[in-house]
Design a protein around this ligand. Structure first.
Ligand code: SF4
Ligand code: SF4
Length: 322
C-alpha cells in the first residue's frame, strides 16, 4: 500500500480528536507536511520487546478510505530515515542515511527501549559500520545532543520499565537517567500509537508541549477528555467505578462489568486516557456504550503500565499495596 502525505493528513483528520488537533492545527499540519525542510525522524530500538513498534504497526483501521496502518502512513509521509524494522534499506546503506540525517541535524530522535550500560553496552548492538559494532548506549550518547527533540516511546525508554526491573545484570536504565537530559516521554507498555503520532505531530507543527514531572505530555496523561485535571485518574473515569455507577466489586477474574479493585487494579493510582484511547483496536470512545477492548474493558485489571513505578512488586498482584 502506497501512503502519501495526503493520506497521512487524512489519517490525522480522521483521528483529530485522539491527536488533539482542531481545524487550525490540521491546516498547520498540512503546511508542515508539505514543507521539504521538515525534520526527519530517526527511530532506534534498545532493550525492549519491540512491543511499542508492534503496537504502532497494529494501529489498523478497517474503515473504507482510511489508511490501513499508521506505520505505513508515517514511514511514507514523514521522513523516517531509520527504523530497524520499518525501513526499506538495510545494513550500511541504512546507517549511511542515518549519518546524513545526523550531519544535517534537523531530526527528531525516537527511542524505544531502555539503555543497557553493563558490558560496555554490548547487550544491545544497533548496527555495525565498517566492521565495527555500535551499541545502543553509544548511539544514544552520540545522537541525543543534536536532536531537535528526543522522544522516548514506551515505559522502557521513559523510565527503565521491565528491562530495568529486578537485578538485571545488563544494568538497563531509562534514556533520561543515562543521558542526564530531559526527554519527552510517551510511556506505556506498550505506548499508545495515537499518542506517539500526537507527539510527532506537535513537534512537526512546532507546538510547545507541556510536560509533567515525569516528562510526559500533560495533555495526554494529566487530563481527561474534558481537559479537567481532576478527570486524569483512570479510576475516576472508569465505567466500572462503584462510587459513581453502583457497580459491584469483582470476586474473581472474568466477571463482566465488575470493578477490578479487589483483584489489584491500579486504576486508582494511574493517570492516562486509556479508557478512550484504544479505539483503533476496539477500545471505546467517551459516550459509547461499547465496553471496549482496553485493559479494563476486557476484564484485565489496569497494572499502571504508564507509570514510573511499573513494573512494581504489586503490578501483577491481586493484593495491591499503594
Ligand atoms: S476497574 Fe479499576 S479503574 Fe475501574 S473502577 Fe474498578 S478499580 Fe477503578
Ligand atoms: S489501562 Fe492501565 S495497564 Fe492498561 S494500558 Fe492503560 S495504564 Fe496500561
Amino acid at each position: 500500500m502506497s501512503i502519501t502525505r495526503r493520506s497521512f493528513f487524512r489519517y490525522c483528520t480522521l483521528s483529530a480528536a485522539a491527536l488533539g488537533l482542531d481545524a487550525c492545527g490540521l491546516r498547520l499540519l498540512r503546511e508542515a507536511l508539505a514543507n521539504p525542510a521538515a525534520p526527519s525522524v530517526i527511530w532506534l530500538i534498545g532493550s525492549a520487546c519491540t512491543g511499542c513498534s508492534v503496537s504502532f504497526l497494529n494501529r489498523i483501521s478497517d474503515k473504507a478510505g482510511e489508511p490501513a496502518d499508521v506505520a505505513d502512513v508515517v514511514a511514507n509521509a514523514i521522513n523516517l530515515v531509520f527504523h530497524p524494522t520499518l525501513m526499506g534499506s538495510a545494513g550500511e546503506t541504512a546507517v549511511s542515511a542515518l549519518k546524513q540525517a545526523y550531519n544535517r541535524g534537523n531530526y527528531i530522535l525516537v527511542l524505544e527501549g531502555a539503555v543497557p550500560t553493563a558490558f560496555q553496552g554490548h547487550p544491545c548492538v544497533v548496527w555495525s559500520y565498517h566492521g565495527r559494532e555500535v551499541t545502543f548506549q553509544e548511539a544514544v550518547q552520540e545522537l541525543t545532543p543534536r536532536a531537535l527533540q528526543t522522544v522516548c516511546v514506551g515505559t522502557c525508554a521513559s523510565f527503565g520499565g521491565i528491562p530495568a526491573a529486578g537485578s538485571n545484570p545488563t544494568r538497563a536504565m531509562s534514556v533520561g537517567q543515562f543521558t542526564g537530559r530531559r526527554t519527552l516521554n510517551i510511556s506505556g507498555c506498550p505506548a499508545n500509537p495515537d499518542w506517539v503520532v500526537w507527539a510527532v505531530v506537535q513537534l512537526l507543527l512546532g507546538n510547545p508541549v507541556t510536560l509533567d514531572a515525569d516528562g510526559r505530555p500533560s495533555a495526554l496523561y494529566n487530563t481527561g477528555f474534558t481537559g479537567a485535571a481532576e478527570d486524569a485518574i483512570i479510576h475516576d473515569k472508569c465505567p466500572r467505578n462503584p462510587g459513581k455507577t453502583g457497580t459491584v466489586l469483582a470476586e474473581a477474574f472474568g466477571e463482566d462489568g465488575h470493578c477490578l479493585e479487589p483483584l489489584g487494579c491500579r486504576g486508582p493510582f494511574t493517570k492516562a486516557r486509556c479508557n478512550g484511547a484504544w479505539n483503533g483496536i476496539g477500545g471505546h470512545a467517551p459516550g459509547q456504550a461499547h465496553p471496549g477492548h482496553w485493559c479494563i474493558g476486557v476484564n484485565a485489571p489496569c497494572h499502571g503500565c504508564v507509570e514510573k513505578s511499573f513494573p512494581g512488586p504489586q503490578s501483577f498482584s491481586e493484593t495491591y499495596i499503594p
